[in-house]
Structure formats: C-alpha cells, structure tokens
Ligand binder design. Structure first.
Ligand code: PLP
Length: 380
C-alpha cells in the first residue's frame, strides 16, 4: 500500500511519453523522438579522462558530504566570475544532479502547508518535490505571447508563500527572462520576504541573450538558492552531478538530508566536474551553435504548418501551440500513431499547456527535417 506522501504525486509524464515511444521502437517501428530531455552529444573527452584518472588513482572512496573541496572551490570561482554571485566554497553543496538538489531544497525550506510558486508551464519535477515536502504549489499564469513571463505575480503571494521558483532559460518553453522581468520577481521576493530558487541548469544553452543570475541582484544574495549542474552544458546527464549555492543555514539543511540519504555525489565523477569547469569551453559553444541551427529549422518549419511557436531564447525545447489541430493530448497521440513522431503533451507541465506540445530538438537536423515532413503529412 502506497504512503499518502507518494499518493500526492503522479508519475513523470515526460518519462511516460518517452517510454511509450521506446516500446514502439522495440517493436521495430521507426520512431522520431522529440521527447529527449538531454543533449544527444557525448561528454567531451577531457572530462571523461579526468574522471577516469581520478578513478585509477584511487578516488573511489566516500567523498565529503558537501563535495570534493577542489570542486567546491572551482564552482565558487565560476559563480563569482560568470554569475556575479558573492560565492565562497563553504556556501556550496555538490549533489548527485540538479534534480536531487531541488528535492533536498524543497525538503529543507518548506513546511507543511507552505506555498511555493511555479510559473505555469513549469518543468515536471518541481511540483512533486513541493508536494513531497508537504507544501502546496501556487500556479501563476504566464503569457505565451510575451515570452512566457508571469502575469500578476504579486496577486498570488500571501503570508504562506515561502518560495518562488525561477527557471531561465526554462524547460519546457525555452524562454529566457530579461532583466526587467527578473527585477520584478526580485522586488516581489524582497517586499514579501520570500526565497527564490533559481534553476540555472540551461544557462549555457542560450542563443541571442546573456544569462543573468537573479542571485546577483541587489538584496537577493541571501534569499536566492542557485541551482545548477553539469548535465546540459557539458552533456553529462548520466554522471549525476549538480550543485547549489545558498546561505549557510540552507546548505546545512541540505547536507543533513544528503548525509542520511545519498551521502554525497560519486567521488571520481566530481573530478570530471572540475575538468568541465576549468578545461576548454569550446565543446559547449560548438554544441550551442548546433542547437541554434536545429532550433531555427524546427521553429520555422512548425510556424509554416500553422503550429504557432515563438523562437525560444534558450534550452533545447520548442513549446508549440497546436490548437489549430486540437488539444495537445489529442495531437500528441495522433502524431505518435499516424506519423510515428513522439512529442510531449504540454499538459504535462501545467494547466496552461493543454493547447501545446513540447518538442525537444536534441536530435539531428536530418531527423528534425524528416519529423517536420511526417507531422505535415499527418496533420494535412
Ligand atoms: N532542472 C530542469 C529545468 C531540467 O530540465 C532538468 C532536467 O531535465 C533538471 C533540472 C535536472 O537536471 P539533472 O540532470 O542535473 O538532475
């Protein structure tokens, strides 16, 4: 019998969509999958070498709970220079992935019946993490015509609001918030004494804008919990490596959870993380250039089919309005059945996503082109 804690949450809808596609593939059907939440590139070699070297030199024992000191220092250095945070190694915890970090943060800062704000649509795992912690999610609408910026945020704030989650560049929309939008969120957080969880996992997969960290805004240092990781920027999803910068009481709380659960991120993996941060960054720029060409092909192709989609400023997802053809769930099923094209229904990410589908372009230009042709034929 499942616990009530477990019954508060649903199975991951993105995983479900990917599993259906995988099953069809195993049956021999040529599925074009636009469901992937990970770069289709391999981890750069110098990162693999650094982790392998560490393993062979014996870095195979338990690592310190908060992370290997050299990695924490490299992260602090990166956050100071790139993100303009006032970061020191002692305010950083290394985690087995950003997802685990987010789970630990929710468990550390939320109490029963607290409220945490998500902008609708939002990445699938925030809401379950909030619910596991016993708190409730307040969904704030966003404007798809205006870069999925939150609408009337202040109206949704009350005395129980403890946390606002910001994710720019964002999953599922690819939206990148400009300085004015982030400042508005920061002002509301400060005026109402609310924490901000800033999930910056896609910060390096950004096309025409510059990434800005809300934690660097005046008055935000102590109330921002900055989450990041190596999965997307360095194509390291399977390594499970992420990190958090926050004020020391929050880091201490997370460390308590980590020490009684996963203990630490894997020891030798953390040396790969140091190489990622301190080594050449060309593989990141090359990957981003290739994502940009794919984005342009996909988004232009979708708009030509009357599937409305603004050009996302970051990440590797297009969030497209399919209402000309039916609701997002119906179109997702039709595309899988008639075109053998797998996408994720927008409803997986919140109420507002019901007319949308999420298309991940972490796949080759050739597959995107073929996918567009199949979509066109299926919807004709
Ligand atoms: N945050 C967002 C917005 C994501 O899309 C993902 C992965 O899909 C994560 C966090 C989790 O990243 P990690 O692989 O570091 O757990």
């Amino acid at each position: 019998m499942a616990s009530s804690r477990l019954e508060r949450v649903e199975e991951s809808a993105t995983m479900k969509a990917a599993n259906v596609a995988n099953k069809m593939r195993q049956e021999g059907i040529d599925i074009i999958s636009f469901t992937l939440g990970e770069p289709d590139f391999d981890t750069p070699k110098h990162i693999c070498d650094a982790a392998a070297d560490a393993m062979y030199r014996g870095e195979t024992h338990y690592a310190p709970g908060a992370g290997v000191p050299a990695l924490r220092s490299a992260i602090a250095e990166k956050l100071c220079t790139e993100n303009k945070l006032d970061a020191s190694a002692s305010d950083i915890i290394v985690t087995p992935g950003a997802k685990q970090a987010i789970f630990e943060i929710m468990m550390s800062v939320l109490d029963d019946n607290d409220e945490a704000v998500l902008f609708d649509p939002a990445w699938v795992s925030y809401d379950p993490a909030i619910k596991f912690a016993g708190a409730n999610t307040t969904w704030v609408p966003t404007d798809p015509e205006n870069g999925f910026k939150p609408i009337d945020l202040e109206e949704y704030i009350n005395e129980r609001t403890k946390l606002i989650v910001v994710n720019s560049p964002g999953n599922p929309t690819g939206a990148v918030y400009d300085k004015k939008t982030l400042q508005n969120i920061a002002d509301i957080a400060i005026d109402n004494d609310i924490l901000v969880l800033s999930d910056e996992i896609y910060e390096k997969i950004i096309y025409d804008q510059k990434h800005q960290s809300i934690g660097s805004f005046e008055g935000m240092q102590d109330r921002t919990i900055t989450v990041n990781g190596f999965s997307k920027a360095y194509a390291m999803t399977g390594w499970r490596l992420g990190y958090v910068h926050a004020r020391s009481d929050i880091i201490k709380g997370m460390l308590k959870i980590q020490s009684h659960s996963v203990s630490s991120a894997t020891s030798f993996v953390q040396y790969g993380g140091i190489a990622a941060l301190e080594g050449p960054q060309e593989p990141v720029t090359e990957m981003v250039d290739r994502f940009k060409a794919r984005r342009d092909l996909l988004v232009d192709g979708l708009n030509a089919l009357d599937i409305k989609c603004q050009k996302p400023g970051g990440a590797f997802y297009a969030f497209a309005d399919v209402s000309a053809y039916g609701d997002g769930n119906v179109v997702t099923e039709k595309l899988l059945k008639d075109a053998h094209v797998a996408v994720t229904p927008g409803s997986a990410f919140g109420e507002s996503g019901k007319d949308f589908i999420r298309i991940s372009y972490a796949t080759s230009l050739e597959r995107i082109q073929e996918g567009l042709e199949r979509i066109k034929a299926a919807l004709a």
